[in-house]
Design a protein. Structure first.
Length: 282
């Protein structure tokens, strides 16, 4: 029988060495599927509690997905990278590679804005909002080994499979505010602690519902069409036109850039509010 503990530790060691469709989901429903570690403005600290759900096949619950972090219309967004994830063409990665190839220091620095970044997505229950059902927690891989996964793995090593439905453990996440070198505030996960062993839920029906929930991260996180990524790579602002059911340029033009999103409505990922951290290996 597959062992989740071994799968998680093997995945982590490998990475440190190398260092469904949601069309039927409303905006309100989709937002409830994000678990975020974002502190609102004016709040300096806080705490969250989550339970990582077990996988049905004993594999690692931490799914590796690549995203670009770029500015679109002045806002930081995370865009799914079709190159790293699916082996398909990636317009933003093409810009990155072209800039790197010049050998110029200025271009190298600019290129980092287009580099795909590895994230982990894990299926959880938000203990403060259990009525929302399962959620998805997305966080970055950290090449310094100081990231969220690096804080969770020691707990896994010391306490075993914390996703076990009957004897697993909730994670207690301590949040705080930090500042970039430019003075911009952003939320950091200061520490992650663990609670005593407990059942996923005392209600057997609820526990069964959470464990057997078939929703995946791709049902929640939007994957934009290639034409959208091309427009962003050119410095243009794609805007969803609800009447045309297409993305159009955000300037004074209605030229279509093609393709439909996974949803007919624009939904902002709450984690998009989180500033890009400064762990890039320049």
């Amino acid at each position: 029988m597959a062992n989740a503990l071994d799968a998680v530790l093997a995945q982590y060691e490998k990475n440190t060495e190398s260092r469904g469709n949601g069309d039927g989901m409303t905006q309100e429903e989709r937002l409830k599927k994000y678990f975020t570690t974002y502190l609102p403005k004016g709040t300096k600290s806080g705490q969250s509690r989550v339970r990582i759900l077990p996988t049905s096949d004993g594999s690692s619950p931490f799914k590796e997905v690549w995203f670009h972090e770029v500015q679109v219309d002045g806002k930081w967004v995370k865009l799914y990278d079709p190159g790293k994830n699916d082996g398909e063409r990636s317009p933003l990665t093409e810009v990155y590679e072209e800039l790197i190839s010049t050998g110029k220091e200025a271009d190298k620095k600019l290129a980092m804005q287009y580099r795909p970044r590895k994230f982990y997505i894990v299926k959880v229950v938000d203990r403060d909002n259990e009525e929302d059902g399962v959620k998805f927690w997305r966080f970055k891989d950290n090449y310094k080994q100081e990231g969220i996964l690096d804080k969770i793995i020691p707990i896994w090593r010391a306490k075993g499979d914390i996703t076990d439905a009957n004897e697993g453990r909730d994670l207690i996440i301590e949040l705080a505010k930090s500042k970039t070198n430019s003075g911009v505030e952003y939320t950091i996960v200061q520490t992650i602690m663990y609670d005593d062993p407990c059942k996923l839920s005392d209600d057997e029906d609820t526990m069964k519902e959470w464990i057997e929930d078939e929703m995946t991260w791709s049902d929640v996180y939007a994957q934009r069409p290639t034409e959208y990524l091309e427009a962003v790579a050119r410095g243009e602002t794609p805007v969803w036109d609800s009447e045309l059911k297409k993305f159009v340029y955000g300037d004074n033009t209605t030229e279509t850039i093609g393709g439909e999103s996974k949803s007919n409505e624009t939904v902002e990922d709450p984690q998009a509010k989180m500033e890009v951290d400064e762990d890039l290996p320049f």
